[in-house]
Design a protein around this ligand. Structure first.
Ligand code: ATP
Length: 204
């Protein structure tokens, strides 16, 4: 039987994109033999509405951050869709684009994996994609209870990926930016420059 192509997808708010996101995408690409990873910024994240800047800026920063990696791509599919950005709709879109000979791997942090039972059409989603859960130093790395809650399909389709854990989150970086602290080496330089040029996440 011919091996299917494997494509990674990393969805998120990317408010802003940081080295944690880029690192887990890169490690997933290598560890799971992914042909490429597509970054999909959410226009309206269903689970995060507080303190989210305009999607135009979040998309532009993500586009700049992935530009120098030939294994990375960006998609504006969730930018173009009305209403909350549900992953189940995004996967349907990619399935149509890429056809049946592709397996999709959705890359996330283990905090996101733990929230999967609350996702729209998670049962159907588990039929369509694998999930890769990158460990995070926030006490969420053990996901056994989530796997049990979601059942046998989850045990088969959700994979934990050990990464060099980074205590970076967009929330932490927004706080640093607002208090005028350095974010150098935590964000790609192009993102630091974009934030300065566009006066976003400024001191309050
Ligand atoms: P926020 O702090 O605003 O909630 P975040 O940094 O967690 O944001 P998202 O844009 O929601 O970022 O993240 C997209 C995906 O990347 C999520 O699945 C999240 O779990 C994962 N992720 C973010 N930062 C890390 C990190 N440092 N290590 C592993 N996974 C991460």
């Amino acid at each position: 039987m011919v091996e299917k192509r494997r494509i990674g997808i990393i969805g998120g708010t990317f408010n802003p994109i940081h080295l944690g996101h880029l690192m887990i995408a890169e490690v997933a690409c290598e560890s799971f033999n992914l042909e490429k990873v597509i970054f999909v910024p959410a226009r309206i994240p269903p689970h995060k509405q507080h303190d989210v800047i305009d999607s135009r800026h979040r998309y532009a920063m993500a586009a700049a951050a992935v530009a120098d990696n030939p294994n990375f791509e960006i998609s504006d599919i969730e930018m173009r869709r009305e209403g909350p950005s549900y992953t189940v709709d995004t996967i349907q879109h990619f399935k149509i684009i890429y056809g049946p000979n592709v397996e999709f791997y959705f890359i996330a942090g283990t905090d996101t994996i733990r929230a999967l039972p609350t996702w729209k059409f998670i049962e159907e989603l588990l039929d369509e994609v694998h999930f890769i859960g990158a460990t995070r130093p926030d006490g969420t790395s053990v996901i056994d209870a989530t796997l049990d809650e979601l059942g046998p399909k989850a045990h088969e389709k959700i994979h934990v990926m050990e990464v060099p854990e980074m205590k970076l989150s967009a929330t932490y970086l927004r706080d640093r930016l607002r208090s005028g602290k350095t974010v150098r080496y935590m964000l790609p330089k192009c993102v630091v420059d974009y934030i300065a040029e566009n006066h976003i996440y400024g001191k309050e």
